[in-house]
Write a protein that binds this ligand. Structure first.
Ligand code: NAP
Length: 243
């Protein structure tokens, strides 16, 4: 099977299935980070070259199944995967963890996209904001005046489009106590996050709730239609039923 990877779920699925019950897993990474997470099985890195390239890779690689376990904010790949799998005649499953749900005490503002998030931040009247949207998605915030951004990312933003920013390099999962300390240390007054869901990066929401500060939460891009599961175990069951 081919797993479109780049998430903790993709790595967990490869760990659960590779070498078991006749399943051989190849994990595919886009190559956004210089060192992708270690996974069992074969690994390939880099784009396929659109729908045509992925459809050819499925056929040429002799893949029987495709699991699209890309990130909820991967906007293009799930649609390319759907089209390529159909063209190649390979069954496809989308593994998509659920988004987060607000609880009592949360002060969330829903943003349609990053530009909308930047607009909302500009209207908050705050001066210090934690930005966790990723190093490749900073430019919409460059136009926000009077705000010092603390940018947390896995790798250093190169170039850095924000004129007034501190960079914190870190890779999740993040513990709640550390998130509380981060907000306090940088005197953060608001957090910007993508609605990624899952537990690895949820502690910033709990910390923001405890601090009583708002979270600008960017909604997910639309997903293709087709079979979708929310958990690694459900994806593993789907694979086992077909292998
Ligand atoms: P995207 O907009 O959906 O993908 C852009 C292009 O990157 C795709 O058209 C494809 O190139 C290539 N690509 C994406 N995922 C790939 C994979 N698993 N294997 C091989 N090529 C892949 O996605 P993105 O937002 O740039 O994210 C890139 C990767 O980072 C994804 O795999 C995703 O799981 C991971 N990630 C993204 C986020 C996020 O917030 N966006 C967060 C954490 C991890 P071709 O058209 O050439 O095939």
């Amino acid at each position: 099977m081919l797993v479109l990877a780049g998430t903790t779920e993709a790595a967990a699925l490869a760990l659960e299935l590779h070498g078991r019950a006749g399943v051989e897993v190849t994990s595919s990474f886009a190559g956004r980070t210089t060192r992708p997470a270690a996974v069992p099985g074969a690994v390939r890195v880099g784009g396929f070259g659109g729908v045509d390239g992925l459809a050819s890779a499925l056929v040429d690689g002799g893949f029987d199944l495709l699991v699209d376990a890309t990130h909820p904010f991967a906007a293009r790949m799930p649609h390319a995967a759907a089209a390529a799998a159909e063209r190649a005649g390979v069954p496809r499953l989308r593994l998509l963890r659920p988004g987060w749900t607000a609880v009592k005490g949360d002060r969330w503002l829903a943003a349609q996209d990053l530009a909308d998030a930047a607009r909302l931040v500009g209207g908050l009247g705050v001066e210090r904001v934690l930005l966790t949207t990723g190093r490749l998605e900073l430019s919409p915030f460059a136009a926000v005046a009077g705000v010092h951004f603390v940018v947390r990312s896995i790798e250093r933003p190169q170039p850095m489009p924000l004129p007034d920013a501190t960079i914190v390099l870190a890779r999740g999962p993040f513990a709640e106590a550390d998130e509380v300390a981060l907000l306090a240390h940088h005197r953060i007054q608001a957090v910007v996050a993508k609605d990624s869901g899952g537990s690895a990066t949820a502690a910033k929401l709990t910390a923001a709730r405890a601090a009583g500060i708002p979270v600008v939460l960017v909604r997910r891009p639309p997903q293709p239609v087709g079979p979708t599961v929310a958990t690694v175990s459900a994806a593993a069951a789907w694979v086992r039923a077909r292998s």
